[in-house]
Design a protein around this ligand. Sequence first.
Ligand code: IMP
Length: 439
Amino acid sequence: MSKVIVVIGAQWGDEGKGKIVDLMAERFDVVARYQGGHNAGHSVQVGERSFVLHLIPSGIVHEGKTCVLGNGMVIDPKAFFQEADRLAEQGISVTPARVLISSRAHLILPYHRALDHTSEERLGNERVGTTLRGIGPAYEDKAGRRGIRVADAVVPEVLRSRIERNLEDANRIIEAYGGQALDAAQVFDEMSPLIERLSPFIADTTLFMNRAVREGRSVLIEGAQATLLDVDHGTYPFVTSSCTTAGGACMGTGLAPQRISGVLGIVRTYTTRVGEGPFPTEMLEAEDELGQLIRERGREYGASTGRPRRCGWFDAFATRYAAEINGFDSVALTKLDVLDALDEVKVCVGYRLAGRELESFPAVSKDLRDVEPVYETLPGWKTSTEGVTELDRLPAKARAYVEFISRQIGVPIGIVSTGPERGQTILVRDSALAGWLGD
Ligand code: IMP
């Protein structure tokens, strides 16, 4: 039986997926991404070397792994080659033998970036705070059946005529909001050599993935962004434009649901959010200093945009919701060491709205802004957990915090991460995750 594991961020992203996927990737044959684009930023630390990946799956830093950019992704060819060139400078070669791009994936073109800017400007105070990489407009075109797929773009006449057609509409919107219209011929001339360079990477990845599974090769499917940014299940409209949850892994790779053997949730010991949108456990006003402390200790600055991340307490209510939607079998709990300095640690165990405790995660963002988190406070451990590799070496209070989180979200813990490096990890023996890793 082939092993197919999906890894999903449980909160608003930046849970430390990069490190976990990286340490898992060593044990898998294929590592695939299924949604999003270069809005993602996965930081991977391998010994002294650090890599920031946006589009290319984290498996790339391990020799002999095949990396797949699935059909559910939106791909900016310029960003792809910038990343490939940067990796090459770090001694990692991104070749068509190792990296396959789905012929069904959609392209991000320069007018998508311009439209992303326009759309944010139009929204004013209600802007989403996107990464401005053109992700949303590219998915809009996909759903609107105007998108340009990778396979279409290799035929120059098709690429040219689609650009001309799409730019007519795009320019109307861009100009109406004071932007500079784009020239179709220029866009074509910019894209054409990039598409030519992309051609050797293009493959029927649906066929590849299904064949890999049939042949018993192990597959790691790497989510980007995270559950609460899912276009359906997240904090709409403050979300990304793709399906970031476990169900999306089938849609975005062409694997059937029965092929998925397990789902791992990445859960951080506190919460962060970049961009706009409601964030019930955000540390504000009196807790602002605490938020700063966590931001500095946890290096909570966007890997893609450098934006400081908003910091808050662990939200067990939201994470329970994530566990349910994704069907987490196991959880990797990250960044425990960041909380080492705290006197006490709060956990949000429920939401109260207009005096009533809520049964389910609110669908309306105004409600989510108005909810009052119900907290339980646990004592801090005030001892370094950095680099601890055994559960029973954790300070008792830190271990109690880990167990409290696991009980609250109803999922067993497979890994506790105690630092950015691969070795700074506790792998829980007998966990589902240890089984997937063959330990
Ligand atoms: P977009 O994906 O650029 O359209 O941005 C939509 C929302 O998702 C914004 O709030 C972004 O800050 C957020 N977002 C997109 N990618 C990431 C990510 O990799 N980590 C965290 N937030 C993200």
